[in-house]
Write a protein that binds this ligand. Structure first.
Ligand SMILES: CC(C)(COP(=O)(O)OP(=O)(O)OC[C@H]1O[C@@H](n2cnc3c(N)ncnc32)[C@H](O)[C@@H]1OP(=O)(O)O)[C@@H](O)C(=O)NCCC(=O)NCCS
Length: 180
């Protein structure tokens, strides 16, 4: 049975990790690749809950590492689905870090991940439930997700400039950004 629509809260996912020596780079801060792995795992859990299926990562938008996260800190990764499309959905991940005493909390980075839902047997894309945004923040993220989707499909060569209607007015005046 096709599920009509689901709330953001229904699939929200949170992961907490302490930075151990094995997670760090040679200067004793969290290594970027380890953070990306945790982000991918928790975002995938969030997407899987929304889609009620296995999901695969199809794209990760720009990620910047704004603040170093030292050995011994405790990080929290918070994920929400921002919008569901046909067989894919976008997940927003935010990363916060604190010391072991729960102090000096700061937001270290964020990113958008896109997942495709696949069926159990053939691992082929399947339709996903719609997202029903409620709060002002959820609606804002939902609306903006359409433009982000067009941008990533443009950059990956899957969408022509003319098809990216919502983006055209804002971005496509800069010809140097796109080759197709
Ligand atoms: C994800 C995968 C199944 C999609 O297969 P496909 O033949 O491209 O399927 P489709 O063309 O029907 O696209 C499926 C969805 O992916 C989206 N998509 C494809 N490439 C994308 C990209 N670069 N960025 C964002 N979305 C993308 C499409 O827009 C479509 O979404 P929609 O149905 O909501 O509109 C296939 O590319 C795959 O298996 N990739 C490897 C995934 C993986 O193993 N990830 C782990 C890291 S290695």
């Amino acid at each position: 049975m096709q599920i009509k629509g689901k709330t953001v809260d229904a699939s929200k996912a949170i992961m907490t990790e302490m930075i151990m020596p094995n997670d760090t780079n040679p200067i004793h801060n969290l290594m970027g690749g380890n953070l990306l792995r945790w982000m991918d795992v928790v975002a995938g859990i969030c997407a899987g809950r929304h889609c009620e299926s296995y999901v695969v990562t199809v794209s990760v938008d720009h990620v910047s590492f704004d603040k170093p996260i030292p050995l011994g800190d405790v990080i929290t990764l918070e994920c929400v689905v921002t919008r569901a499309f046909n067989t894919s959905c976008e997940v927003y991940v935010e990363v916060f870090s604190s010391n072991i005493k729960g102090k000096n909390t700061r937001r270290c980075n964020d990113a958008y991940f896109t997942f495709v839902a696949v069926d159990d047997k053939d691992k082929k894309p399947i339709k996903v439930p719609a997202l029903l945004p409620h709060s002002a923040v959820e609606i804002k993220r939902y609306d903006a997700a359409l433009k982000r989707r067009q941008l990533r499909l443009l950059l990956s060569g899957r969408l022509g400039k003319k098809q990216a209607k919502e983006l055209q007015a804002q971005l496509l005046s800069d010809e140097s950004l796109f080759s197709n």
